[in-house]
Ligand binder design. Sequence first.
Ligand SMILES: Cc1cc2nc3c(=O)[nH]c(=O)nc-3n(C[C@H](O)[C@H](O)[C@H](O)COP(=O)(O)OP(=O)(O)OC[C@H]3O[C@@H](n4cnc5c(N)ncnc54)[C@H](O)[C@@H]3O)c2cc1C
Ligand SMILES: *[C@@H]1O[C@H](CO)[C@@H](O)[C@H](O)[C@H]1NC(C)=O
Ligand SMILES: *[C@@H]1O[C@H](CO)[C@@H](O)[C@H](O)[C@H]1NC(C)=O
Ligand SMILES: *[C@@H]1O[C@H](CO)[C@@H](O)[C@H](O)[C@H]1NC(C)=O
Ligand SMILES: *[C@@H]1O[C@H](CO)[C@@H](O)[C@H](O)[C@H]1NC(C)=O
Ligand SMILES: *[C@@H]1O[C@H](CO)[C@@H](O)[C@H](O)[C@H]1NC(C)=O
Ligand SMILES: *[C@@H]1O[C@H](CO)[C@@H](O)[C@H](O)[C@H]1NC(C)=O
Ligand SMILES: *[C@@H]1O[C@H](CO)[C@@H](O)[C@H](O)[C@H]1NC(C)=O
Ligand SMILES: *[C@@H]1O[C@H](CO)[C@@H](O)[C@H](O)[C@H]1NC(C)=O
Ligand SMILES: *[C@@H]1O[C@H](CO)[C@@H](O)[C@H](O)[C@H]1NC(C)=O
Ligand SMILES: *[C@@H]1O[C@H](CO)[C@@H](O)[C@H](O)[C@H]1NC(C)=O
Ligand SMILES: *[C@@H]1O[C@H](CO)[C@@H](O)[C@H](O)[C@H]1NC(C)=O
Ligand SMILES: *[C@@H]1O[C@H](CO)[C@@H](O)[C@H](O)[C@H]1NC(C)=O
Length: 570
Amino acid sequence: MKTLCFLPLLATAVVGQSASNCRCLYNDPCWPSEDEFSQLQSNLSQPLIRPVPPASPCYPADDPSGNCTEVLQNAGDGRWLADQAGAMQSMNYQSFILPNGTIEACYVNASLGFPCEQGSIPPIGVDALSAEDIQAAVAFASQHNLRVVIKNTGHDLLGRSMARDAFMIWTHHLKNITYNPAFVPEGAPENETYDALTLQAGVQWFEAYDAAEANGRMLIGGVTNGGSVGSAGGWLLGGGHSAFSPQHGLGVDNVVQFTVVVASGEHLTANAHINPDLFWALRGGGGGTYGVVTSVTYRTHEVTPVISVLVNFNFSSPAVVTDVLSELFRIWPNLSDAAWGGYTITTRSTYTGIYVAPNMSLADVNATISPFFQFVQQTAGPANSSTSLTEFDGFFPWYQVLFGAEPSFAPNVFNREVVSRLYPREVLEDHERLAAAVANFTDQITIPHVAGAAVSKVDPDAMGLNPAWRSAMIHMVARANWADGLTADEIHSIEDRLRDELAVMEGLNPGGGAYLNEASLYELDFQKTFFGDHYERLESIKATYDPKDLFIVAEGVGSERWDASLNCKV
Ligand SMILES: Cc1cc2nc3c(=O)[nH]c(=O)nc-3n(C[C@H](O)[C@H](O)[C@H](O)COP(=O)(O)OP(=O)(O)OC[C@H]3O[C@@H](n4cnc5c(N)ncnc54)[C@H](O)[C@@H]3O)c2cc1C
Ligand SMILES: *[C@@H]1O[C@H](CO)[C@@H](O)[C@H](O)[C@H]1NC(C)=O
Ligand SMILES: *[C@@H]1O[C@H](CO)[C@@H](O)[C@H](O)[C@H]1NC(C)=O
Ligand SMILES: *[C@@H]1O[C@H](CO)[C@@H](O)[C@H](O)[C@H]1NC(C)=O
Ligand SMILES: *[C@@H]1O[C@H](CO)[C@@H](O)[C@H](O)[C@H]1NC(C)=O
Ligand SMILES: *[C@@H]1O[C@H](CO)[C@@H](O)[C@H](O)[C@H]1NC(C)=O
Ligand SMILES: *[C@@H]1O[C@H](CO)[C@@H](O)[C@H](O)[C@H]1NC(C)=O
Ligand SMILES: *[C@@H]1O[C@H](CO)[C@@H](O)[C@H](O)[C@H]1NC(C)=O
Ligand SMILES: *[C@@H]1O[C@H](CO)[C@@H](O)[C@H](O)[C@H]1NC(C)=O
Ligand SMILES: *[C@@H]1O[C@H](CO)[C@@H](O)[C@H](O)[C@H]1NC(C)=O
Ligand SMILES: *[C@@H]1O[C@H](CO)[C@@H](O)[C@H](O)[C@H]1NC(C)=O
Ligand SMILES: *[C@@H]1O[C@H](CO)[C@@H](O)[C@H](O)[C@H]1NC(C)=O
Ligand SMILES: *[C@@H]1O[C@H](CO)[C@@H](O)[C@H](O)[C@H]1NC(C)=O
């Protein structure tokens, strides 16, 4: 059977092939029958799921089918969204813009007058509770040539965990956590041991941190309100940064073993001894590309004290924030070398700095940072600024105080896109230029100070990760949010602004790299920007483990072989 595909080259391309060059999509004649789905069902431990938009209980607007109060109360809560197969944290990726500009969506605000539609949410999927469930799903998708979407929490900032009319493999309920203070990787000599936590694919950071704390250890993981990002999915496969990465490396620097179901249906182990090429590629080669990861084993660290450094000020003149940023960038290389990390967040009127100095004394940190505190107070005015130092016994209490709770409900942040770049030390040396550029962006800028120190000590070729990370000192992200109900033209104009901001970021370090998890769909050369000179090797490893491109995501390895919809080979 063939699917429809309106590509002029297709007629010649399919000669002599039985399979189509396009995926089989929902509503195509080739889509599996209910009978075929019930055969799949008999191979699964859980009922098949039919994902729906998270706001569907609010519709029809005049007579809601479910509890819309619950939706309105929780639509800003990352954990609540992650619990739903049909939800993305950036809800714009749930919707679909038709060629004529009509948007198929299901807005949280039902009063806007639009119907609730499925958009880009896959109509059916597997709620995996075991590697066997994933093996059955992969075999079925492969046999029927379906467009596969692996979805964990739905945090992806490029929408890679959704695809219209696709088949979903949902890893969210794979929640097992096992602590082993003397973990020996498969195939390793018995004296190669790690104090380690093994997390199944659906474990989120808040659960992983609780488990590490319960065992008196520390993990390097994502740092976000509520801890809803996945600990063993896309975060890790793309690199995975933390404010504590300067102390102990990125997520990929701390993983010692994966288990993964590959396109053939085999459940493989990948570590330094077994399938080392796959292990190399999984560490930074991107989510949704090499197979479905079923578990991850991380090394843990001893708990060390944390000094938390906070800086806040409001300003009306951009000169104020330019001067403070310039001073921050001037002193940052020294702080970075001492393994400081953190986040700087600026808008057109506010500056928030959350920094951490790991394993240092309060007196040392105070001596280092006092001149900067004075600079801030003088520049922003003592009444408009606040600075503080707080000592914590370790990562966990720090995280709980600063990030333990979900952010309060904010009805205008459901839709979101970002653009970003990584910057090495040389870019910070021209600190005045960098500060002027940051202060001039329209959109909110976040600067994760998550590289340098331990991150830069790892051999750039030790793994698939973008080598640009190893010379990076900071990461910089511009983020646009918009309210529900905009027209396609209005959305495109926001995207044009982000494109312009990306061009400014690129101009600050031409040819530099970016972090593939916090980036845009507007990259002109994603291969080089996201993977540098590792691209070719990542491609060849993909050819070994996924020769038929079952796993393809936007701007992922191998995606250039597919059209913009990622449904037809070019
Ligand atoms: C609120 C928020 C906070 C964030 N904070 C951080 C942070 O502190 N540090 C940081 O580095 N990044 C952060 N990010 C970015 C984050 O790394 C990405 O959103 C990442 O894609 C999340 O991975 P996930 O598995 O949770 O999400 P998903 O959207 O479910 O998956 C992301 C990608 O990975 C694939 N994937 C998921 N699970 C698997 C699996 N088991 N096997 C194979 N492929 C899989 C999916 O197909 C998709 O392509 C943040 C994002 C948001 C929205
Ligand atoms: C169910 O599993 C069996 C045994 O692994 C396999 O032969 C069969 O093709 C599967 N059926 C479906 C519909 O997935
Ligand atoms: C609807 O959800 C709200 C908030 O979660 C809850 O307090 C309320 O009891 C729910 N109502 C019904 C009828 O379930
Ligand atoms: C846009 O296209 C869709 C699907 O073909 C159609 O249903 C809709 O009426 C069109 N809208 C407009 C404004 O032309
Ligand atoms: C929802 O949409 C209506 C109609 O446009 C508007 O009046 C209302 O303010 C919106 N509510 C929110 C929370 O944005
Ligand atoms: C889950 O973890 C428990 C306790 O660590 C273990 O006994 C069990 O075998 C694990 N289950 C799976 C499916 O890994
Ligand atoms: C393990 O033992 C071997 C042989 O006895 C030795 O060469 C190696 O250094 C040891 N490795 C570790 C990590 O202790
Ligand atoms: C950075 O540290 C070096 C060596 O300690 C010192 O000479 C230099 O003045 C410091 N630079 C800044 C900007 O503090
Ligand atoms: C923390 O500092 C102490 C004392 O300086 C040192 O012994 C220990 O190794 C350090 N721990 C880490 C993880 O850096
Ligand atoms: C920090 O240093 C400043 C200036 O040197 C001093 O006034 C202050 O008391 C110190 N604070 C702490 C907590 O050590
Ligand atoms: C402090 O804030 C006030 C009120 O917003 C503003 O008028 C003043 O200019 C600010 N001071 C500085 C130094 O920006
Ligand atoms: C900045 O302004 C906000 C809103 O007016 C206020 O809540 C906050 O306390 C101010 N921050 C500082 C450091 O003055
Ligand atoms: C600031 O941004 C505007 C566009 O928003 C641009 O025209 C201007 O050149 C920029 N200025 C600097 C100093 O980058």
